[in-house]
Design a protein around this ligand. Structure first.
Ligand code: FES
Length: 109
């Protein structure tokens, strides 16, 4: 079955959707109308409006920023940057990430 991702809004509302293997966590949100992830640049690593906080139970599996570009963009996100911060367009779904939980920041702009 398709892996699932749960997006938890800033106000605490959880939405769980199917996200195909190979698809980004950003697209999983946008395609399913999950508010709180914008993805303005379409995953081109230039907008930082796909910021999320990886749930503590998943940070080891998901890992940190993919590269220096993601790390640099995370320095400039609209909400607070935390050690668990990632740009969700850079998290690509695998079977191992089935059940992933991410929290969404208060604002993306
Ligand atoms: Fe633009 Fe992730 S969607 S940086």
């Amino acid at each position: 079955s398709m892996p699932k991702v749960t997006y938890v809004s800033h106000s605490g509302v959880a939405t769980t959707v199917d996200v195909p293997v190979g698809e980004s966590v950003m697209r999983g949100a946008v395609h399913n109308g999950v508010e709180g992830i914008v993805g303005e640049c379409g995953g081109a690593l230039s907008c930082a409006t796909c910021h999320c906080y990886v749930d503590a139970a998943w940070t080891a599996k998901v890992g940190g920023p993919e590269n220096e570009f993601e790390a640099a963009l995370l320095d400039g996100v609209a909400s607070e940057t935390r050690p668990s911060s990632r740009l969700s367009c850079q998290i690509v779904m695998t079977e191992a990430l089935d059940g992933l939980v991410v929290q969404l920041p208060e604002v993306q702009f």
